[in-house]
Design a protein around this ligand. Structure first.
Ligand code: GUN
Length: 245
């Protein structure tokens, strides 16, 4: 909804991924002045549409729309973002249908390093509902010792320097520098920030951090494509769930 340029890029990537693997996708690009009632009507329509197995409302929504109201209206069994409170609660308990796409993609990346999360010091910088909080939970499920840092954390560098696995999702360009990282750490950069010169950078200062880390994700081309891959996985799962109803 509206004309957020980043959302446009994300939605295009998601549609392209669907087309590549043979998932039918429908886009509803609503003008910024659409009312909450109209958006809720569309969500209801898609909840009831039998050939739609997964629904995703691209965030952020314009200020006059209550995001929570909209997310709560999505049928939890079609909630491929795993943002609905029922799915969030299931993730907390550890008995879930859908994992949130970005944290799930991060777990796949960590898994690929061959490092076992069990017993490791895991530090998540950022506490959003979309990334930080569920990320901490997924690391906890894998038996990591998890610390969540945020804007009020005192002596942040002392905490990040303890991390064997460091996940950064704060939305501040190049915020984590190499001297805040433990030598040999696995560093996952969830950030996507556009500098004034239009260059796309993460929340980690790649040049200094890559000299210290044993493994590090680039921006772009790191977490982003994994988020999309996990969305595809959730969508296939939602189709299976719908077919079993
Ligand atoms: N906006 C930023 N990240 C996301 C995401 O993962 N899903 C949705 N729906 N909107 C977003």
């Amino acid at each position: 909804m509206g004309d957020d340029p980043a959302s446009r890029v994300y939605v295009n990537s998601k549609k392209k991924a669907c087309a590549e693997i043979g998932i039918k996708s429908e886009e509803y690009a609503l003008p910024a002045e659409t009312t909450e009632e109209q958006l809720l009507e569309l969500v209801q329509k898609l909840n009831n549409k039998p050939d739609i197995s997964g629904i995703l409302v691209q965030l952020p929504l314009p200020k006059h729309i209550n995001e929570e109201t909209i997310i709560n209206a999505i049928d939890p069994s079609k909630d491929v973002d795993a943002f609905h409170p029922m799915n969030v609660g299931k993730i907390m308990i550890g008995n879930f249908d859908f994992l949130p796409c970005t944290p799930a993609g991060v777990m796949e990346l960590i898994n690929e390093t061959g490092i076992d999360v069990a017993g490791k010091e895991c530090v998540v910088v950022g506490r959003s509902n979309i990334v930080g909080k569920p990320q901490a939970m997924l690391l906890l499920h894998k038996h990591g010792t998890v610390t969540i840092c945020h804007s009020r954390t005192k002596n942040l560098a002392a905490v990040t320097k303890r991390a064997d696995i460091l996940v950064v999702a704060v939305g501040i360009a190049e915020f984590i520098k190499g001297d805040m990282i433990k030598p040999g750490a696995v560093v996952i950069d969830v950030g996507m920030n556009r500098l004034e010169n239009k260059k796309l950078v993460g929340d980690v200062h790649f040049e200094s951090a890559s000299k210290v880390a044993s493994a590090i994700t680039p921006v772009p081309g790191g977490v982003g494509p994994m988020t999309i891959a996990m969305l595809m996985k959730n969508t296939v799962k939602s189709a299976i769930i719908q077919s079993e109803k």
